[in-house]
Design a protein around this ligand. Structure first.
Ligand code: PRT
Ligand code: ZN
Length: 213
């Protein structure tokens, strides 16, 4: 029998509302015994057997919600945390959302290494991580900020290279791009708010203890 745990208020856990991390995040909670009301259009979804509400958000917004303590916990990619520059305590590294942030170039390009990118244009949705990487290599390049579909930019001559997330590599291949170096490896992590009180931390660990995962 599932017993309800007493908490003075409901815990809020921010997860991606759709996209690559949504289903795996829901599966994680389900595997730990949480039952949710059927999907509706609301951005808040109540758990029926624990004092927990899910906040369904754009993944880019999750670090800020958790940092501010509006959400007590969040599930987000390490790449997003790093790009936002928001460092949050990691409760658990999760076994999904694994990917790499790489620099890739057209396969016929003369760019073969980061040093060859001096003065070149690189399209990315990760300007902060890219700029840190280029600085560490002593390379000055032009960062072209793009919010999505960077892989199309070399063939349209908006950029000479891209810096993007790769998982299987099939998107790069489809655009005749090849990776020349990796900037970071990433996976989904469960983070907690620094604002979160001890009771909340204990609360979550109780859920973990009930898990068979
Ligand atoms: O709408 P919202 O802002 O919430 O979602 P989003 O579109 O920003 O993110 P989404 O759902 O694409 O990805 C969420 C998180 O999943 C990322 O922040 C990463 O932590 C992780 N992840 C894991 C990935 C990938 N794998 C991935 N393959 N994120 C993006 N991709 C994209 C990549 O940008 C490229 O377009 O998939 C393409 C490459 O995939 P492959 O398999 O062809 O290499
Ligand atoms: Zn996003």
């Amino acid at each position: 029998m599932m017993h309800l745990l007493y908490t003075p208020e409901r815990q809020r856990i921010a997860i991606q509302k759709s996209g690559r991390l949504y289903q795996a995040s829901m599966d994680l909670f389900t595997s730990r015994g949480l039952v949710f009301a059927p999907e509706g259009r609301s951005l808040i979804r109540a758990c029926e057997n624990y004092d927990i509400d899910l906040l369904l958000l754009r993944d880019d917004d999750i670090p800020e919600y958790v940092r501010a303590g509006v959400a007590d916990f969040g599930i987000v990619g390490q790449n997003v945390l790093a790009e936002k520059g928001i460092d949050l305590p990691v409760v658990e590294k999760l076994d999904f959302g694994k990917c790499k942030l790489v620099i890739a170039v057209p396969k016929e390009s003369r760019i073969k290494a980061p040093e060859d990118m001096q003065g070149k244009r690189i399209a990315t949705s990760y300007p902060k991580l890219l700029s840190g990487f280029l600085k560490s290599k002593g390379v000055e390049a032009v960062i072209v900020p793009i919010s999505g579909s960077t892989e199309i930019t070399p063939e349209l001559d908006l950029a000479d290279a891209i810096c993007d997330i790769v998982q299987t590599g099939s998107t790069l291949k489809a655009h005749d791009l090849v990776p020349i170096c990796a900037i970071m490896e990433s996976q989904a992590v469960l983070v907690e708010s620094p604002q979160s009180k001890q009771a909340k931390k204990r609360f979550l660990s109780q859920i973990n203890l009930q898990s068979n995962v």
